[in-house]
Ligand binder design. Sequence first.
Ligand SMILES: NC(=O)c1ccc[n+]([C@@H]2O[C@H](COP(=O)([O-])OP(=O)(O)OC[C@H]3O[C@@H](n4cnc5c(N)ncnc54)[C@H](O)[C@@H]3O)[C@@H](O)[C@H]2O)c1
Length: 462
Amino acid sequence: MHAALRTGTAMPVAIVGTGYVGLVTGACLAAIGHSVVCIDADPHRAEQVARGNTPIHEDGLPELVREGVTTGRLSATCDLAAAINGAKIIIIAVGTPSEDGRIDLSAVEAASRQIGAAIKGRTDFPVVVVKSTVVPGTTDTLVRRAIEIESGGVAGELFGLAMNPEFLSQGSAVHDFLDADRIVIGQWDDRSGNALANLYRSFPAPLLRMGLRDAEMVKYAANGLQSLLISYANQIASLCEAIPGTDHARVMEAVHLARMLDGPEGGRAGATSFLKGGIGFGGSCFPKDLQALAAHGRRLGVPMALIEAISMINNVRPAQVLNLLGSVFEKRIAILGLAFKPGTDDLRESPAIKLITRLQSRGAELRAHDPLPMTRKRAREAGLPVVDSVDAAMAGADFIIIATAWPEYRALDWNALAALPHPPVVLDGRLVLDGLDLPRRLRVIRIGVGVEPQENTAEERT
Ligand SMILES: NC(=O)c1ccc[n+]([C@@H]2O[C@H](COP(=O)([O-])OP(=O)(O)OC[C@H]3O[C@@H](n4cnc5c(N)ncnc54)[C@H](O)[C@@H]3O)[C@@H](O)[C@H]2O)c1
């Protein structure tokens, strides 16, 4: 895909922060011909990338990183000052986690200071671009000031300033970056915006230029909408679970056919994939971005009731789903899937982990599995009860909970499981088994379906 985006004019780019966003951005920009140095404060991570290895799981990323390092267009280091020397575009892609429910901008501030010190005395107008998700007003205050103090220059003269929110989704990050649906450029001045637009000149996506604060806000508005759709579907699913005879999936199928959700060429709009019940959303973005937005609104005297409700609905969802099982005390339970979504190794805020914690506190005996060895290793290090094969997870289980929609789990031998003397009850938390011709003997509890309460208990099976 990247061949079509190859640019004739290679730009020297430095990216501060080599995580999911920084590394994907760096590898993709290198793949289309730019010359990229990735910088990370973690020496192990920088070393891995410098050797052509990929420290995170993303489809297509290992190939791009290897190719970039081999061609010399991609390199990685811990030495920020050396790396940004000569870079025309310096992208900040460090983390912006939540601290006491508010955005923690300390990594952004530290990176801005380091960049400021490193560009002191330059005369070639390097443009500093904030790609991290930051609350509106961060780039033109905290970032600008930190760079100005350390560099001794001012924005628009010594250096350019821009904000470029990232819309990639983990699990399809390389595809999302290279086949972007839109590119948003927030600019301090035209000169800064022009330089950044030049970086993306070969992308066919609509490119929108706006003020820095609008660009910062776009990211929150976009994440808020996506998570709203998920929580909306989950709230409908919860209600269906309390109304015997209803099935939220059947309800949603009809909702999806509304004309306002028409996609291109008569298909369904992408929004419908979010309008689907599950066990809740997780990951490093939605939960903390919602918290940051709500806190920002409160600070400005603008109550963000809807945003707060999205989080509230999401927070209670794992417990609601577990209620479908009845008593779990001393039950053996297999959790299938640890990552917050399929296609990624990321465990941050994963609903699977919320399920595990809750089940443990209720006296269940757990064995969890994830298809990715790197995820299992990290989960084990975090003290979670992880086993290396699905069979080991399911052996002797009373319940199996599908917590992440990995396609591998749909492909399991459900007939063999049903043939066991005491087949486990399967709770399909992601509706990955829908459409399969499952053996009648296998009892599958689909989320979002209302049944009489006693029908779901383990005792009922025996
Ligand atoms: N992960 C996503 O799907 C996604 C999507 C869009 C936007 N974002 C936003 O992008 C930003 C980065 O997210 P991420 O998931 O890539 O984070 P991450 O935690 O995966 O990576 C951040 C990296 O920055 C490094 N770092 C921190 N301070 C540094 C410094 N001063 N110098 C050099 N390196 C430093 C860390 O060691 C880490 O490797 C966040 O603001 C996030 O909200 C993330």
